[in-house]
Design a protein around this ligand. Sequence first.
Ligand code: SF4
Length: 447
Amino acid sequence: MNIRNNDRHNLWQEWADKYARRVRKITENPNPKMARSNALLYQILYDQATKEAEYSTEGSPIPVVYHTENAPDRFFRSMGFRANNLELNADHLSREQVGRYLNIGREFGYPDNICDRVKLAHAIGISGDVPAPIMVVPVVGDCDLMSQAMCSVARYWNVPAFGIDMPYQEELDMGPDEYLDAMKYIKQQLLEFIEFCEKKWPDFIKFDAEKLEEYQRINREYTRAAADVIELAKTKPCPYSGRDALRMAPTQVPDDRRVIDYMKQYVSEFREKAKRGESPLKDNIEKFRVYWMCSAPFYYDPFTFLEERGCASPLYEEESGIPHRYNVMNSESGERRFGRRMLDPLEEEAALFATHHWGASGNRRILEVLDNCRKVGIEGIIHFELEGCLSLNNIARITGERAEKELGIKNFYYLSAHCQDIDKWDEADFEEKLGDWLEMCLREKGF
Ligand code: SF4
């Protein structure tokens, strides 16, 4: 099957149009329960999408590398690539867009009961709807299903796949020496990656350490501002909605300094709301608070359902402000883990892989989750796992057991579902079951 011969869509243009609509809506008719600073975020994403849309129609001398979420975008950009994060692309598909890519996935041979992110990232990767890559970078040891999908995309385009291997070790056996060894092992691969690319594309690709340092500085400032989100999350009633908590750090625009302003605006507007005791909760009364884990249904808003019943979702597993994400040197775990600061930009980049939330035994994730639960006073956990996810298989149960044993959090709600495939969603069934669970939690608290 050659998708490239079929009709093509300019996916970046469709995203640019979507972001333009969102900026307009927030500016002209904002939802008082949602962050106004989202207008700036969507403006940044609009600018990126517009540029990429132009490249899609007119071409560009700047070559594209496809990668997955946990390969740092900024590293590729510091070498002169344009970077396309297929995993985020899959998450950003709107309801109107998603059917096309689910069908491409089906035609390719994916069964329906496999993780949406994997099959959609793969489908976009082979669709020809975003500019073709000259290379694909899977990250081995994070999500192996996604790595396999990325190797398949590379074969489709007949371009090199350069795997970056995260060394796998039991988290509980890792001290500073093991962390440093892991960092050095990954740094060596980054050096090999640079050497390979500079030799293969000498006219385009040259690693620029200063550029990487600049992107890391932007990220550090962003992370510093985002750290206050965890402080805000401790406030009751929680001043922001679960939908806003769901927003991840915009790592796909690592070169745009405006992301720092966006995060500062986000924190400042919710700090003001917290002072006034405002929240998206019914009557501003918080009865219960949950940690929303893994993913979410992007075609449906479960948070308003919870908020109307007095349940706040102050934390999402991947949200901005969650410690241990995307920044090593200034995160609270960096020096503790390595015993020293990182000495150069490549060490910092390698350390990012070495400390990744998903890149070790389940214990790393569980320790981080329990730590965040403690900080924010979590009372229940909702584990929205994607159907067909191999990486999370069984961790949910162990996370629930540990949360109960170590923190006394006995309310754990597990569901395995699809984040993008709306045809598999039964809203009535979901609301009935979640509603029953929440009622039970509230009863236990005397409501
Ligand atoms: S949800 Fe699971 S299978 Fe899907 S991309 Fe994430 S880790 Fe991989």
